[in-house]
Design a protein around this ligand. Sequence first.
Ligand code: TYC
Length: 116
Amino acid sequence: MADDNDNDQEQGDGAGGPGQGVGVVAKTSPKTKRPSLYKVLLLNDDYTPQEFVVWLLQAVFKKDAEEAVRIMLHVHQSGIGVCGVYTYEIAETKVAQVMELSRRNQHPLQCTMERE
Ligand code: TYC
């Protein structure tokens, strides 16, 4: 099947046109839809300690220490970076957790989400 809908239906006599093995592929309406995905993005700033960002990436995004350092350094060097990709509500919750943890620790760290 060439598309991702899992809804193609082969029609015809099973042998296609006169014995050619060719069928007509008709689309039915999809029964399931995959949810849209959202990137959670971390923004660089000059004040949030690197160790706090690494800790946060492990605590909120379940990254191991090595991956957390890699993401933090990428954001530090390029200004923005992806922490993970999630469905809408999960992405929204992660952004809220980052903003709340940053606020509680008096860091200016910013986090946002963007549809993939
Ligand atoms: N630039 C910060 C520093 O040098 C570290 C940092 C990294 C801050 C990533 C935010 O999303 C960030 N202390």
